[in-house]
Write a protein that binds this ligand. Structure first.
Ligand code: NAP
Length: 247
C-alpha cells in the first residue's frame, strides 16, 4: 500500500495513450501503462515517464476480456490500495462500408472500444467510491458526432462511449467521481498512418486549423479533466479537433 496517486491508462503503449500516460506522470504518481500486444512499446512509455522522474509500470491485458480486466484491476488495488484516475483510451478501427462489413469487424470494434470502457469503468467504481474520489476520462472520437463513411462500427462504438460517459457521470457524481470524455479529431498516430494518402488529404481539407493534431494536444485536455481543478465538470465531451467539428 502507498500514498501514490494511481493512474491507469489503457492502450498507453503508443499514440494518444502514450502521450496521456506521460502527461499524467508526476512525482507522487504511479502510472499503469496498459497494452495488449506490444510490450516493447509499453516499456518505451515507462522509460519516457521515468525520464521525467515519474513512476510507471507496464501491464498487459485485453480491455475486452472481462476475466483479464478483473484480474488486472484486482492486482492494482491489492498492490496500491486505490485507483485515482482511469483513462479509457484503448481503441481500434476496422473500417469497411456497412454493406461489406463482416460481423467480426463490427464485434471486435464494439468489444474493444465500448465493452472495454464499460469493463474498466466497472472495475474502478468500487475502489473510487470507497475513497469518495475518482476521475474517469473516456477517449471517444469526432466521428461519434459527425459519422464517417466506412466507420459505422467505430462511430457507433464511440457514440456509445459518450452515452456511457453521461449515464455513469449521473450515477456517481454524488460520490465525488467525475466521468468525462475527450473527442479527438484527426491526430497523427499509427491508427491514422493506415489511412490512404488521398483520404488523408481529404481529411486535412476539413480541418480549419490546416494541420493534424498531435497526441500531446489530446493529452492536455485529458490531464485537465483528470485534475482536481476539474472537480465540478462531469458528463462533458471536450472536442480536440482544430475546428473540424463544433458542438
Ligand atoms: P494507436 O496508435 O493505434 O494505439 C492504440 C493503443 O490501444 C495501443 O496502445 C494498443 O496496444 C491499445 N489497444 C488496442 N487494442 C487493445 C485491447 N484490446 N486491450 C488493450 N489495449 C489495446 O491508436 P491512437 O490513434 O493512439 O488512438 C487512441 C485512442 O484515440 C483510441 O480509442 C482511438 O479510437 C481514439 N481516437 C484516435 C484518433 C486519431 O486520429 N488517432 C481520433 C479520434 C479518436 P498495443 O500497442 O499493445 O497494440
Amino acid at each position: 500500500m502507498d500514498d501514490l496517486r494511481i493512474v491507469v491508462v489503457t492502450g498507453a503503449s503508443r499514440g494518444i495513450g502514450r502521450a496521456i500516460a506521460v502527461e499524467l506522470s508526476a512525482p507522487g504518481t504511479h502510472v499503469i501503462v496498459n497494452y495488449n500486444s506490444k510490450p516493447e512499446a509499453a516499456e518505451k512509455t515507462v522509460s519516457l515517464i521515468a525520464g521525467r522522474g515519474g513512476a510507471a509500470s507496464a501491464m498487459c491485458f485485453d480491455v475486452a476480456s472481462a476475466d483479464a480486466v478483473k484480474e488486472a484491476f484486482d492486482k492494482i488495488v491489492k498492490a496500491h490500495g486505490r485507483i485515482d484516475v482511469l483513462v479509457n483510451n484503448a481503441g481500434i478501427a476496422k473500417d469497411n462500408l456497412l454493406a461489406l462489413m463482416k460481423p467480426a469487424e463490427w464485434d471486435v470494434v464494439m468489444a474493444t472500444n465500448l465493452r472495454g470502457a464499460f469493463l474498466c469503468s466497472q472495475a474502478v467504481i468500487k475502489p473510487m467510491m470507497r475513497r469518495r474520489y475518482g476521475r474517469i476520462v473516456n477517449v471517444t472520437s469526432v466521428v461519434a458526432a459527425t459519422g464517417n463513411p466506412g466507420q459505422c462500427n467505430y462511430a457507433a462504438a464511440k457514440a456509445g462511449v459518450i452515452g456511457l460517459t453521461k449515464s455513469l457521470a449521473r450515477e456517481i457524481v454524488s460520490r465525488k467521481i467525475t466521468v468525462n470524455a475527450v473527442a479527438p479529431g484527426y491526430i497523427e498516430t499509427d491508427m491514422t498512418a493506415a489511412i490512404p494518402a488521398k483520404a488523408r488529404e481529404a481529411l486535412l481539407g476539413q480541418i480549419p486549423a490546416g494541420r493534424p493534431g498531435a497526441p500531446e494536444e489530446v493529452a492536455a485536455a485529458v490531464a485537465f479533466l483528470a485534475s482536481d481543478l476539474a472537480g465540478y465538470i462531469t458528463g462533458q465531451v471536450i472536442h480536440v479537433n482544430g475546428g473540424m467539428f463544433m458542438s
